[in-house]
Design a protein around this ligand. Structure first.
Ligand SMILES: NC(=O)c1ccc[n+]([C@@H]2O[C@H](COP(=O)([O-])OP(=O)(O)OC[C@H]3O[C@@H](n4cnc5c(N)ncnc54)[C@H](O)[C@@H]3O)[C@@H](O)[C@H]2O)c1
Length: 325
């Protein structure tokens, strides 16, 4: 299959590209490089620099490459930013997806995978969070993903496009060649590792009085390779119908457990300071991934936090300045 990967220069898209190529697919990456890195794009993928705000550019890439499927990773991704600048999300994220979907409909592409998010579930009634949970987006970022999920519903009904919405919890870890290099970096594991690299003085723990085993928040970290494999399985299953999956380990780790594990792996003391809670941070967020396990046989190969952090540490040690572009 030929797959168009939007956002394929970013963290998750670049590693999905690597895994798709390893599985025998061919990949065209479409990315504006607004974030992400040209050097993250696998040399065997075709790279097209373009912005999803530009419909003519999307049409051109679909006309020239005629992909069998689209994986849509390109997005603004920051929950906090979306609370300050909601229309970068309710506007930009939504219109760029609408542009892409209109072109997908016109060019007759019938398979589509969306990077959706755990931020759809701001008021979960049960933990772990499975697909039966009420959708209550926690921010304009989450709302923008929900709007795109709804657009996909109509793409299926009107144009027969089969889609999968994969609602990831926290993607983490690296492969030998590719890792996490965001600017700004707001994710816990790379921030902790930057302390170990001597690039930051300490790590802040936002609140240690939550009702969890050590008082710090519990989050679900999914290894980036396991996440990429879920995309491949979902893509293969699409002819059987559109679907939604919550995607995480099902295993939560506290902030302190992540820091302790990173200390053991790096041998660095990693000083940590406890500061007040952040508004809106739930105590526990863990995915119920039973549905994708049962329906597609997905099983994480790297469910242990130790393996996840170790892979990230290897990449950060080899690339202390990230992609250096
Ligand atoms: N990182 C996580 O833990 C996580 C969790 C849940 C969902 N997601 C979703 O996964 C996807 C990928 O996340 P990531 O961490 O790899 O982000 P990233 O910022 O590393 O990658 C996004 C890529 O999209 C590109 N892009 C953005 N807007 C574009 C546009 N208008 N036109 C063309 N390219 C554009 C950027 O240049 C970047 O390379 C996003 O949709 C994000 O919302 C990520």
């Amino acid at each position: 299959m030929k797959i168009l990967v939007t956002g394929g220069a970013g963290y998750i898209g670049s590693i999905a590209t690597e895994q798709l190529l390893a599985a025998g697919g061919s990949v065209v990456v479409f990315d504006s490089l607004f974030q992400g890195h040209r050097a993250a794009v696998h040399p065997d993928a075709v790279f097209v620099k373009g912005d999803l705000a530009d419909r003519a550019a999307i049409d051109a890439v679909l006309r020239e490459h005629k992909p069998d499927a689209v994986m849509h990773f390109a997005s603004r991704t920051l929950v906090g930013e979306s609370m300050q600048h909601p229309f970068r999300y309710l506007g930009e994220n939504v219109t760029t997806a609408a542009n892409l979907l209109q072109s997908v409909a016109e060019h007759g592409v019938k398979r589509f995978i969306l990077s959706s998010t755990a931020n759809l579930f701001d008021k979960p009634e049960r933990m772990p969070i499975d697909e039966s949970e009420h959708i209550v987006p926690g921010s304009p970022y989450g709302e923008s993903k929900y709007i795109i999920e709804r657009m996909l519903h109509w793409m299926d009904r009107i144009y027969g496009v089969r889609f999968a919405c994969l609602r990831y919890f926290n993607a983490a870890g690296a492969t030998a060649e590719r890792g996490e290099d965001h600017d700004p970096e707001l994710h816990l594991i790379p921030l902790v590792l930057k302390v170990a690299l001597g690039q930051r003085e300490k790590i802040s723990i936002f609140g240690d009085d939550y009702p969890t085993r050590d008082g710090t928040c519990v989050r679900d970290y999914i290894h980036i390779v396991d996440l990429a494999q879920a995309h491949i399985l979902a893509l293969r299953a699409l002819d059987g119908g559109s679907r939604f999956y919550n995607l995480g380990n099902g295993e939560g780790y506290t902030v302190r457990e992540v820091i302790e594990t990173a200390r053991a792996i790096t041998g660095h003391a990693i000083p940590a300071d406890t500061v007040p809670r952040r508004a809106g941070d739930p105590a526990v967020l863990v995915a119920g991934s039973g549905k994708i396990r049962e329906e597609l046989g997905w099983k994480p190969r790297f469910p242990q936090i130790r393996d996840i952090i170790e892979s990230a540490w290897k990449w950060h040690q080899a690339n202390p300045d990230g992609y250096a572009d």
